[in-house]
Ligand binder design. Sequence first.
Ligand SMILES: [Fe+2]
Length: 379
Amino acid sequence: MSGHFSSPPHLILGGDALETAAGLLPTLGSKVIIITDPGIVAAGIHQQVVDVLAGSGLPIHTYSEVVGNPDVETVAAASAAREAAGADVILAIGGGSSIDVAKAVAVVATNGGSIADYEGVDKFTTPPLPVLVVPTTVGSGSEVTKGAVITNHETNVKMIIVSDLMFPRIAILDPRVVAKLPGRIAATTGMDALTHAIEAYVAKGANPVTDAINLGAIEIIGKNLVAASKGDPDALYQMLVASSMAGIGFHDAGLGAVHALANTIGGHFGIHHGTANALFLPYVIDFNIPSAPARFARIAQALGEDVTGLDDIAAAAKASEAVHRLAEETRVPRTLTELNIPEDAIGKLAADALEQADLPGNPREASLDDLVTLYRRAL
Ligand SMILES: [Fe+2]
């Protein structure tokens, strides 16, 4: 199988990343619409970004009604706001939800119709409007990936819209916008980043280039996730960079069973994506170890585990131990019961997870029974 690696977004990182991006804005268009959520406005981050971007001299409009697990209707409302503003540059401020809505709005702006018309891979032909991203959480990696996840309530699934044309133009990693990220959000979104890097490192599409980036991300996350969940500003910035690295590392390598299980409970029960990933990650590691023990041993090492003198299987087991410990120390939910997901939902959830686009990338084939068992372990 041939490997792939692509990373078109221009990454600007560091203390004056926003100022640098403001200088580039006039080369991309003439009117900007910011797409964000009410929490970012309330936290003052939106104003913080606007104050710097005003230096570009471009008019700046804002749509700030994005919700978690954004749906087709959210994209339609944000698209109407973009059209009313006449904006030709889209700038997302937020986590995966705002970023995915911005990407979807950019597609609809030049291709027309509803985002539901473009579900799947390469379903549109006109290049979308340019998208810039200021990530404010430390997990989705959406600022560097070529797809968006949008919920379709008509079919009750999280649609995936993917195209090489959907890479954001610029990802702006500025420590100032994550400095006050609440610990709980740092923990759950950071767990999403960790899941990306681990799943991609063992995925069927992994190659030496993605391996280097994913291992690097795992190491940074292992060192900084707990401190970030306690509000340490430098650890939060390290996590911001690592989550973009994991995004670059997974979009060609692919993901696996954790995302298949997590996206399904996201679609059915609206569970936060990072929370859902954190729940399943250690159990899927245990399930996958027989398919790639040496790789999981390397993950354990990258997470700081001492594997001296251990064979690969014993060392690999330390990878799931390390993830259990990270989950405990960052206080993310640990069971489906805590999330109010009843046992009798498992049959239907497993059947839907079996159809998820991420599942075929998993290094070990997972049957319906395997998925039922994995959901049960998380009860
Ligand atoms: Fe994810």
